[in-house]
Write a protein that binds this ligand. Structure first.
Ligand SMILES: *Cc1c(COP(=O)(O)O)cnc(C)c1O
Length: 856
C-alpha cells in the first residue's frame, strides 16, 4: 500500500465511529492502564467465602433474603457467585490476548446449543464440591438450583451443539478463540405433547434474567440493509461504488464467558442482539400516531427475535437472510475494530484472524468482508480477495439437497444490492478461472457457478463458501468422501488441496464428567483426573476389563443411571418402566432420514410377535424416543403422533405383560440429553446410509457405555472402527448400495409383497389398529412408504430385525454385554472434541494454545 492509499484508509476509519451515538464514543479513547486491586476474599474459593458471597448476591442483587427467595433467586445468586470467580480469569485472558496480539479463531455460527451454564462453570473452575457443601449447610441441594436454569436453546440440534462443544474444547486447550452468533430472544420452541401431538410453546429463556451474559453496548455496530448502489470515480481516479442503503439496524454484543476446564483461559461467546437506530420517529410520535411511531423499531428488533426451528432443511425466508447478514456484518466489523486498535495497516490481518463458518449460514461473510475491504478500506480487489480467501474456512454439514441454501437473486438484490454485485464479480472471475482449467465444459461451469440460472435465479451459498475459503471440510470420513465425489465434486476437481476431513467430537466435560458423575468418579479412581483433558487415556482401563470390582461398579453405575431415568419417566410420563429392561433409545431431531419410523416398525413387529406367540423368548425392552419436529414438517409431526399411539396401545395391553414399554419424552434439549445418554443400553443410529453427515448423539451414547445399533453412515463408521466391529451392531445398506438400488429402480412394494412380517406390520398400521376411531390417521405414513419409501425403510427392515435379534441375545448374556459396554466407552477417546479442535488448529487455522498467567 502506498502512503496516500494508507492515509485514505486512515481518513476512512473514524467515520465508522461517527454512526455511533455520542455517549458511546467514549470507549474509543484509550483509558489509562490502572488495575484496581480486587480484594482476595471477594473471589475466594473456600466454602465460607462462597457462602457469604452467595448470601450477599442474594441480598444485594436479587434483593431477597433466604426467607423469601424463590428457587430461581437462589440459582441467580449462586450464578453470580460463580461468575464473579470467572471474571478475573476472563479479564486476564483477554488482556493476555491483547498484549500478545495473538492469532484468534473466530467461529461463526448461526446456532449455539451450549446447555445449562451453572454446572459447567462450577466444574470448570473447580467449585462444584465447595458449592455443594455450603448449600447443604444452608439446607439446599445444588442440583435443585441447577435445575432452575433455563437452558439457552439457541440452536436446533447437532450443528449448534457442535459449536458449543468446540468452544468448550478451544478454551480447555487454551486456544484464543471467540464464538460469534445471534442472541435470539426466543430460542428453539418448547415442545409439549397434547393427545400425542406436538405443540410448540415460545421459549422465553430470558424472562427471569440471564446471569451469564454481559451486554457491551459500547461495542455497538451499525448494519445496513436495502437501497441501491452508485458507481463513481474518486479523486484519485479510481472506480468506486457506494451503497446507498435504505435502513439500518444496530447490533449490541452480549458476551458470555467460556471457561476452559481447570485452566486460566476463559474465551468469549459474543452474541448479537438487534435494536433500532432511533427509538421511534418523533415526528410521527408528535402527530399522535404512537403505534406507527414505534413500528420501525419493532421491525428492526425482529431480526434477532426468534430462531428458525428447521433442522437440515432450508427455508427461504427473507428474515432468515437478514439474521445471517446481521450477525456476520456485526462480527466482521467487530473483528476489524479490534484489529485496527493495534494495527495501522492490513498487512498482518490474515496472521491475526481466521474465520471458520459453521455451514453456509454465515457464508455471506465472504461478500461482506470483500465489501468492507474494497468499499470501506479502499483495498484493491485482488488483494482483498487474497485476504478474504486466506481468512475464511468452510465446514459443510449436510448431504441433503433440500438443506443447501440458495437465495432468490431478486430477494438477495433487494436486501443486499452491493453484496449481489460483489458476488457477480467474484463469480465472473471464478468462472473465468474454471474455464481456463476445464475448457468450455458448460455443464460443469453451470454447476460451479455461484448463480443457479433459470426462470428464477438463485445465489448458491455453498458455492460461495467453497470459492471464498481456503479450506473446506466435512465432519466425518464418509461425509467428506461423499462431498468430494458427489455434492462438491466439481470444486474438488478444481482445488483438491482445499479439502480435508475433520470428524466431529463432543466434550467429555459435559457429556461424561457433568452428566455421568458416577462413571467419571470410577474413571478418576482408576486413572486420576487426566482423562478429563485427554480422553484417549481411557483405553488404559482395558486392563481392568476382567477386574471383578471394576465390572461390578460398571454395572451398578449403569443400573443407577437407568433407575434415575426411570424415575424421570414415571414423574413426567406417568409410565412405569423396569430399570432392568433393555433401554433401547433413539433421541434426536425427528426427521424422515433419521428413520425413527424404522425403529417404530421394529416395536410394532415385536408387539405383533408377542400377540401371536405370548410365550416367545424376549429380553424385556423399554423403547425410548425423544426429539422435536420442525413445526412445518407434517410427516415428522405425524411420526411423533404415531409413536404415542403405538405406545398407548402397547403399554396398556395385558398380553404384552410389561415386556415392552414405549415412551416418548417431551422437549428433548441438552438438559434432557444429559439425563438420557448415560442411561442407555442401546443407541439407535439408523439413518439411511449417505444421509447423516456425522451425528454426535452416537458419540455421546457410546461415551456412556451404550452399544450402538447402526448403519454405515456418518461417524458410525469410525465409531465402529474404534470400538471394534465385534462391539457394534451393524446392519443395512451401504451408501454405495443405496445409490445403486435407487439407480436401478427401488420398489418398496416388492418388500411388502415378499416379507410377510413387514406386510402384517404395515397392514396393522394401515388398518387403524393404533388409531381407534380414526382408521386413516396414519395413512400418510403408510402411503409414503408404499409409494416411494424415499429413505429405504423397507429395504433395511429385515436386516434390522435380524440385527436386533443379535442385540437381544447379547443382552441376555449380561457379562458379555458388560464387556462390550466397557470397550465401547473406553475406546471413545478419538471422539473428544479436543481431538477435533486439535486437528482444526493444526491443519486449517495454523494456531495453538497461549498460556494465561493470573499474576501477569
Ligand atoms: C447431541 C445432540 C443432538 C444431535 O444428535 P444426533 O443424534 O447426532 O442427531 C441434538 N440435540 C441435542 C440436544 C443434542 O445434545
Amino acid at each position: 500500500m502506498t502512503l496516500s492509499e494508507y492515509q485514505a484508509t486512515w481518513k476512512k476509519r473514524p467515520e465508522k465511529h461517527a454512526a455511533l451515538p455520542t455517549d458511546l464514543k467514549k470507549h474509543v479513547l484509550r483509558t489509562p492502564q490502572v488495575r484496581v486491586q480486587v480484594e482476595d476474599d471477594r473471589t475466594g474459593m473456600d466454602t465460607e467465602t462462597l457462602k457469604r458471597a452467595f448470601l450477599d448476591n442474594l441480598y444485594y442483587i436479587q434483593a431477597k433474603d433466604l426467607q423469601n427467595a424463590t428457587p430461581y433467586d437462589l440459582y441467580m445468586a449462586l450464578s453470580w457467585t460463580v461468575r464473579d470467580r470467572l471474571l478475573q480469569r476472563w479479564i486476564h485472558t483477554q488482556e493476555t490476548y491483547l498484549k500478545q496480539d495473538v492469532r484468534s479463531v473466530c467461529y461463526f455460527s448461526a446456532e449455539y446449543l451450549p446447555g445449562r451454564q451453572l454446572g459447567n462453570a462450577l466444574v470448570n473452575v473447580g467449585l462444584y464440591e465447595p458449592a455443594r457443601t455450603f448449600l447443604r449447610e444452608l439446607g439446599f441441594e445444588l442440583v435443585d438450583l441447577m435445575e432452575q436454569e433455563n437452558e439457552p436453546g439457541l440452536g436446533n440440534g447437532g450443528l449448534g451443539r457442535l459449536a458449543a462443544c468446540f468452544m468448550d474444547s478451544l478454551a480447555t486447550l487454551g486456544v484464543p478463540a471467540i464464538g460469534y452468533g445471534i442472541r435470539y430472544e426466543f430460542g428453539i420452541f418448547a415442545q409439549t405433547i397434547q393427545g400425542g401431538w406436538q405443540f410448540e410453546q415460545p421459549d422465553r429463556w430470558l424472562r427471569y434474567g440471564n446471569p451469564w451474559e454481559i451486554p457491551r453496548p459500547e461495542y455497538l455496530v451499525e448494519v445496513k440493509f436495502g437501497g441501491h448502489t452508485e458507481a463513481y470515480t474518486d479523486p484519485q481516479g479510481r472506480y468506486r461504488v457506494s451503497w446507498v442503503h435504505e435502513r439500518s439496524v444496530l447490533g449490541t454484543p452480549y458476551d458470555t464467558p467460556v471457561p476452559g476446564y481447570r485452566t486460566n483461559t476463559v474465551n468469549t461467546l459474543r452474541l448479537w442482539s438487534a435494536r433500532a437506530t432511533e427509538d421511534f420517529d418523533f415526528q410521527v410520535f408528535n402527530s399522535g400516531d404512537f403505534a406507527r411511531a414505534v413500528a420501525g423499531k419493532t421491525y428492526s428488533e425482529n431480526i434477532t427475535k426468534v430462531l428458525y426451528p428447521n433442522d437440515n432443511t432450508y427455508q427461504g425466508k427473507e428474515l432468515r437472510l437478514e439474521q445471517q447478514y446481521f450477525f456476520v456484518s456485526c462480527s466482521l466489523q467487530d473483528i476489524l475494530r479490534r484489529y485496527w486498535d493495534h494495527h495501522v495497516d492490513l498487512d498482518s490481518f490474515t496472521d491475526k484472524v481466521t474465520i471458520q463458518i459453521n455451514d453456509t449460514h454465515p457464508a455471506i461473510g465472504i461478500a461482506e468482508l470483500m465489501r468492507l475491504l474494497v468499499d470501506e478500506y479502499l483495498i484493491e480487489w485482488d488483494r482483498a480477495w487474497q485476504i478474504t480467501q486466506k481468512v475464511f474456512a468452510y465446514t459443510n454439514h449436510t448431504l441433503l439437497s433440500e438443506a443447501l441454501e440458495r437465495w432468490p437473486v431478486s430477494l438477495f438484490g433487494r436486501l443486499l444490492p452491493r453484496h449481489l454485485e460483489i458476488i457477480y464479480e467474484i463469480n465472473e472471475r471464478f468462472l473465468h478461472l474454471a474455464r481456463s482449467r476445464f475448457g468450455n465444459d458448460e455443464a460443469r461451469i453451470a454447476r460451479l457457478s455461484l448463480i443457479q440460472e433459470g426462470s428464477e435465479k438463485y445465489v448458491r451459498m455453498a458455492n460461495l463458501a467453497c470459492v471464498g475459503s481456503h479450506a473446506i471440510n466435512g465432519v466425518a470420513k464418509l461425509h467428506t468422501e461423499l462431498l468430494e465425489q458427489d455434492v462438491l465434486a466439481d470444486f474438488y476437481a478444481l482445488t483438491p488441496e482445499k479439502f480435508s476431513n475433520k470428524t466431529n467430537g463432543v466434550t467429555p466435560r459435559r457429556f461424561v464428567l457433568l452428566s455421568n458423575p458416577k462413571l467419571a468418579l470410577l474413571y478418576t479412581e482408576r486413572l486420576g483426573q487426566e482423562w478429563i483433558r485427554d480422553l484417549a487415556l481411557l483405553r488404559k482401563l482395558e486392563d481392568h476389563l476382567h477386574d471383578a470390582d471394576f465390572r461390578a461398579s460398571w454395572k451398578q453405575i449403569k443400573a443407577d443411571n437407568k433407575h434415575d431415568l426411570a424415575e424421570y419417566i414415571l414423574h413426567f410420563n406417568g409410565i412405569e418402566v423396569a430399570p432392568d429392561s433393555l433401554f433401547d433409545i433413539q433421541v434426536k431431531r425427528v426427521h424422515e432420514y433419521k428413520r425413527q419410523l424404522l425403529m417404530l416398525l421394529y416395536v410394532i413387529t415385536l408387539y405383533h410377535r408377542l400377540k401371536q406367540n405370548p410365550a416367545m423368548a424376549l429380553q424385556p425392552r423399554t423403547f425410548i424416543f425423544a426429539g422435536k419436529a420442525a413445526p412445518g414438517y407434517t410427516m415428522a409431526k405425524l411420526i411423533i403422533k404415531c409413536i404415542h399411539s403405538v405406545a398407548a396401545i402397547i403399554n396398556a395391553d395385558p398380553d404384552v405383560g410389561g415386556r415392552l414399554k414405549v415412551v416418548f419424552l417431551a422437549n428433548f434439549n441438552v438438559s434432557l440429553a444429559q439425563r438420557i445418554y448415560p442411561a442407555a443400553d442401546l443407541s439407535e443410529q439408523i439413518s439411511t446410509a449417505g444421509k447423516e453427515a456425522s451425528g454426535t448423539g452416537n458419540m455421546k451414547f457410546a461415551m456412556g457405555g451404550a452399544l450402538t445399533i447402526g448403519t454405515l453412515d456418518g461417524a458410525n463408521i469410525e465409531i465402529r472402527e474404534q470400538v471394534g466391529p465385534e462391539n457394534f451392531f451393524l446392519f443395512g445398506l451401504t451408501a454405495q448400495q443405496v445409490y445403486a438400488l435407487k439407480a436401478r429402480g427401488y420398489h418398496p412394494n416388492d418388500y411388502y409383497q415378499t416379507n410377510t412380517e413387514l406386510r402384517s406390520v404395515i397392514d396393522l398400521v394401515a388398518s387403524g389398529h393404533f388409531s381407534p376411531g380414526r382408521p386413516d390417521l396414519f395413512r400418510p405414513l403408510v402411503d409414503a412408504l408404499m409409494a416411494r419409501d424415499e429413505y429405504l425403510l423397507f429395504a433395511d427392515y429385515q436386516v434390522y430385525l435380524d440385527c436386533q435379534q443379535q442385540v437381544d441375545a447379547a443382552f441376555a448374556d449380561s457379562e458379555r454385554w458388560t464387556t462390550m459396554s466397557i470397550l465401547n466407552a473406553v475406546r471413545m477417546g478419538y471422539f473428544s472434541s479436543d481431538r477435533s479442535m486439535g486437528e482444526y488448529c493444526r491443519d486449517i487455522w495454523k494456531t495453538g494454545p497461549v498460556a494465561v498467567e493470573l499474576n501477569g
